[in-house]
Design a protein around this ligand. Sequence first.
Ligand SMILES: [Zn+2]
Length: 246
Amino acid sequence: MKTRLAGSTAALLAGALAALVAPAAVAEPAPAAADGCYTWNRTLGEGASGDDVRNLQIRVAGYPGRGGQLVIDGRYGPGTAAAVTRFQQAYGLTADGVAGPETFEQLYALQEDDCSPANFDFGELNNCNSDWSGGATSAADAKANALVTMWKLQAMRHAMGDAPIVVNGGFRSVSCNDAVGGAPNSRHLHGDAADLGAGSQGFCALSLAAREHGFGEILGPGYPGHDDHVHVAGGGDAWSAPDCGM
Ligand SMILES: [Zn+2]
């Protein structure tokens, strides 16, 4: 984030100087890299498509609306616009569903150079091994799924007042899953599940809040084996936390 600010300032100064010297003739300077992870170079709205849209979708995946799951396909349709609008509302930005400089600035402020959101780390989402291998999908896909999960958790964290959310694990290889008696079709094998500790929120509040942030699978208090953590995952369509009225 620090390099981003420095880069932006330098670019502004360079632009101002260039304007003074030769206002009509200079070409637009190439935009400075915003940070170590990713830089958006154009405003995005409905109808846009590309890798920049896909990168945006990853970061607003936690804003699909209750029970929804944003499809990360690089196509900016109504679902993406609605998610961007909710993200903008969550941060007090102009809520028009169009991702421009103001929205990107907020995302840069939230993301680390490894692309994880500010308050979650890849390490928290994998206490099984160091290379994301041995699951039910490729290591690259497992890690990519974990990234989306973290952005969903970041959205949930912000909605719950920015109190820390405790993550006690995520990705599991087959052997890690077997060792803890996980289901053979567990989403942990795909890297898109996380097990949450009680934190200051408590299990029921976490279970209920997760419904708003792109988790198709939520298992909490009252569901067998889930009185000591809340399991959240993408995919699936199963919410069960009977002790929380869910
Ligand atoms: Zn779990």
